[in-house]
Design a protein. Structure first.
Lengths: 151, 756
């Protein structure tokens, strides 16, 4: 089967039940996508499939025929950081940083569908992403900054 | 059920304690000689080591002006990898954009590397100042000779030595060859910058790893790759101390990609940081070994720890804490005061076990070649990793190199390098590099848990409701048990049980250990969490019983403030490993954070009631002082919202204010998380929770909406901020819920209790 990962065509002939997460991390060595729970409970492994945020630990390779996958490693375009990444830097969001790939991918997907999210919309979109360091307040602020920048 | 039913040879305990070297609380932590020393082997060289000018193990400068700064402490989110180098760069007067940070491997020449106890800044602030000032002095001396002017006429600015009179400037790089020939100046001769000239300390600098983190290139332990590497996932015994009775691995070996099944030896007591043993599935990628594990059929001999079932254990602990125990502090005569029969209050508090649940589960990569091991792992304690790996392999610890990656959270879990030893043992068995991957289920079920505790308080009060006698007692399975001892070590009591600063004429603190049937470890803020929850909840109960404003009452309880002489009251006080004369227990500083908290939170102007409430608490831990004011809203269905938390900290000199703020913001969330949801339970020795569905942690919609951080900076010696923010938040939250609802929560997790 064929799929596109970060703009590059890929051919996949292995176990169709393997989650996208391990294909990205082990086969392609795109380690920016993090493993947190393996059960769709924490959001650390969030990537975009055809523009939508999905948990790569719950996305079987067999479902990705002809699909387009985007990971944190290629979120910025043309060597520039994505507005969400810039906002993350402006607010010094990360502490340990481990969950932030997933947080950023989730936030980028949110802003695509909801360019000016309210607090309630942010909470609802982001509450599937756990940050054990507790950076939630800065994540919320950074999403608002990114929304302004995109507007 | 008895709670005090472990009996282990005390000699084992002592042997264990000192052989790991991992929990020596009061030892001198900074090496006496910080100047450049030859590394043990070529592989350990940093670029700082090989730089032309190398006045310290932490610093080197090349003739092109590049400054290499070595962080030997682990980065798990506190910002320490940036903050310590900033201290050196400030004294050096360096251009930060020309500084490169290197992560030191495990090596005793750096001094202590166990990144826990919130002491990296406290213990190494001075060492990094010395490193920077030594280099700067040498560069100035070299410039004086080159420019033929007296040293006293020279200053430095942004990577240059400046001769203001003649307007000449020489870059640091150009001075390196001459400076490198000079002797490193003695510590006593160094002159440090006056505070007014500090350019980084006290200012905001973004963390060194910020861009790599937001672009996904930051390397955590799980990201390490070695050519020829195989993957391993390990089924550990479900009960600590369990051993394999039988294995049927046929179905597992039939899984595509699985290459072999290996058994791992169980630990010999005491547990220390040894791996738990079990069955490892080896394969070509993570997915194959995870699938292979599902197909394993293992029968276990569970061993003696099946006796642990949490509900009866809790009941037994609550009974035990009402009985007298070993005295840890005594002032005056509590019993005589109680016998007078004045108004008396008493309460029992209980907190369950909790898991660290760092977002990156434990992981390690190891290689074994020619009798030597090399490991890459997210560890808080690379020297303990060397020792643990060496013990598991039966080699000398100098033959173990431990590379420290970024840590995807630590919170104390990653001070215990059992996972590094697993990777090393498998690498030796298989003769190739091995990556050990722990799943979230492994992490939750096989943690070194934050212990459960029962705490009892009793006080008699005078006409104003002020205590005249105060008895406090705690019972918990101690961290000491992991090192083979049944009773808590002093440091576990010195965290909020026997160091209370409240000024009361008669005080007694008592403690008893309870049997440990799982691995107990230190969790962010350690026993302060339950001791402070009980202590400052009870103080709030006293305030309300006296119908007094809690803030006014707490200030009265502290009295005018003083350095408290705990030793005179029989406390064997370890003071977080710091000398008491330099870091006293100073109730004036606690008063000050409370006063600032009252001011900044508008305490007096935001009355409680009608489902809205404010709670306050202040706690000294890890030599730092933090007050928290929590505001809650509880609706008619009993649903809780936390609109605001104010945190006020006095950690002495603040190095990187933004990182101090972020630590306190995070502590507010973790305190709320632990108090609301933190609960690990066991049934017949098996942990009941498996993942984030069973072990809940705060998500964005559970977290406080706004956390404001304020400093009550005393300018005293710098102390840590990683942990001290957590304890006061928990009590302040319970106190806020009481103010809002009239419901006193004495047991965590709060989410299991009806608030209306």
């Amino acid at each position: 089967m064929r799929l596109t990962v970060n703009g590059k065509p890929q051919n996949y002939e292995d176990d169709p039940d393997m989650p996208l997460l391990w294909y990205l991390r082990d086969d392609l060595r795109l380690t920016g996508t993090r493993f947190g729970c393996g059960a769709g409970l924490c959001g650390a492994c969030t990537v975009h499939v055809n523009g939508q945020a999905v948990r790569s630990c719950q996305t079987k390779m067999g479902t990705l025929e002809s699909k387009t996958v985007l990971t944190i490693d290629a979120l910025g375009e043309g060597g520039k950081l994505h507005p969400v990444q810039r906002a993350w830097i402006q607010h010094d969001v990360p502490q340990c940083g481990y969950c932030q790939s997933g947080q950023i991918m989730q936030a980028a997907a949110l802003l695509k569908t909801t360019p000016n999210p309210t607090d309630v919309q942010i909470d609802s979109a982001m509450s599937g992403n756990v940050c054990r360091c507790g950076t939630y307040q800065r994540i919320r602020a950074a999403i608002k900054t990114a929304a302004k920048e995109r507007a | 059920m008895r709670v005090d039913n472990i009996s282990l040879d005390r000699r084992q305990f002592l042997g264990g304690l000192f052989s790991t070297g991992a929990f020596v609380v009061a030892a001198r932590l900074v090496p006496a000689e910080l100047f450049a020393q030859a590394p043990a082997a070529a592989i350990l060289n940093t670029k700082a080591d090989t730089a032309a000018l190398h006045p310290s193990v932490y610093l080197g400068i090349e003739p092109d002006g590049t400054v290499y700064l070595v962080t030997h402490r682990s980065e798990m989110g506190t910002g320490i990898r940036t903050s310590l180098p900033l201290v050196a760069a400030d004294e050096l007067d360096a251009d930060w954009s020309r500084c490169r940070i290197e992560q030191g491997v495990g090596d005793t020449r750096y001094g202590d590397q166990n990144t826990d106890g919130s002491r990296s800044i406290r213990d190494f602030y001075d060492a990094f100042r010395v490193a920077g000032a030594s280099a700067r002095t040498m560069l100035i001396t070299a410039a004086a000779a080159q420019l033929n002017v007296p040293v006293g006429e020279l200053t430095t600015a942004n990577h240059e030595v400046v001769h203001a009179r003649s307007g000449r400037r020489v870059g640091y790089g150009a001075l390196v060859p001459a400076a490198a020939k000079l002797q490193v100046p003695a510590r006593e001769t160094l002159r440090f910058k006056p505070k007014a000239d500090w350019k980084f300390v006290g200012k905001e600098t973004e963390i060194y790893d910020l861009t790599p983190i937001v672009t996904g290139t930051a390397q955590f332990g799980l990201d390490v790759h070695r050519d020829g590497m195989v993957f391993a996932s390990i089924e550990h015994p479900p009960v600590v101390g369990g051993t394999i009775r039988s294995i049927d691995s046929k179905a597992s070996l039939a899984v595509k990609g699985v290459t072999s099944i290996e058994t791992l030896d169980p630990p010999k007591p005491p547990l220390l940081f040894q791996p738990l043993g079990g069955v490892a599935v080896i394969g070509r990628n993570t997915w194959s070994v995870l699938q292979g594990r599902r197909q394993l059929k293992i029968e276990w001999n569970d061993g003696p720890n099946t006796t642990l079932t949490s509900a009866p254990f809790r009941t037994a602990m609550i009974e035990r804490v009402k009985q007298s125990a070993k005295v840890a502090r005594n002032l005056g005569n509590v019993d005589a005061e109680f016998a007078k029969g004045g108004k008396t209050l008493e309460a029992v508090y209980y907190t369950p076990m909790a898991a660290h649940a760092s977002m990156e589960p434990p992981a390690a990569v190891a290689e074994f070649r020619n009798g030597k091991a090399e490991v890459w792992c997210p560890t808080q304690n690379p020297q303990a990793a060397q020792e643990t790996v060496a013990a598991a392999l039966g080699i000398d610890k100098r033959d173990v190199t431990c590379h420290v990656t970024l840590l995807g959270g630590g919170f104390g879990r990653k001070s215990k390098p059992d996972y590094a030893a697993e990777a090393a043992v498998l690498a030796k068995k298989l003769g190739k590099p091995v990556k050990v991957v722990w799943t979230r289920e492994d992490d939750i079920r096989h943690d070194f848990y934050h212990t459960n505790a029962a705490v009892y308080h009793k006080a008699t009060v005078d006409a104003k409701g002020r205590p005249t006698a105060w008895l406090k007692r705690s019972v918990f399975p101690p961290i000491a048990s992991t090192f083979g001892a049944p009773e808590p070590m002093n440091f576990e009591l010195n965290m909020g049980l026997d160091d209370s600063p409240y000024d009361v004429p008669n005080i007694r603190a008592e403690n008893a250990g309870a049997g440990a049937h799982v691995r107990i470890g230190w969790f962010r803020a350690v026993s302060n969490n339950f001791h402070a929850f009980a202590l400052h909840s009870f103080a709030d109960e006293l305030a309300h019983a006296a119908k007094r404003d809690p803030l006014e009452f707490l200030l009265d309880l502290l009295g005018p403030g003083k350095a408290i002489d705990l030793k005179a009251q029989g406390v064997d006080y370890t003071n977080y490993g710091a000398p008491i004369d330099k870091y006293p227990v100073d109730s004036r500083r606690l008063r000050r954070v409370l006063e600032v908290a009252g001011e900044k939170s508008n305490w007096a102007k935001r009355p409680s009631g009608n489902g809205r409430g404010m709670g306050i608490a202040a706690h000294r831990s890890f030599n730092s002082y933090v007050a928290s004011v929590v505001e809650v809203e509880v609706d008619r269905q009993g649903r809780l919202k936390i609109p605001r938390i104010d945190m006020v900290a006095d950690p002495g000199v603040v190095i990187n204010p933004d990182r101090v703020r972020s630590q306190l913001e995070g502590a507010a969330v973790m305190g709320v998380s632990l108090a609301m949801f933190g609960e690990i339970t066991a049934t017949n020795g098996r942990i009941d929770q498996k993942n984030f569905d069973g072990f809940r942690v705060a998500r964005m919609n559970d977290a406080p909406i706004q956390v404001n951080v304020h400093f009550a900076e005393s300018g005293d010696l710098p102390t840590g901020v990683g942990e001290p923010g957590v304890p006061p938040v928990i009590a302040a939250l319970a106190n806020a819920i009481y103010a809002a609802t009239g419901k006193r929560l004495r047991e965590m997790p709060f989410s299991k209790q009806k608030l209306v």
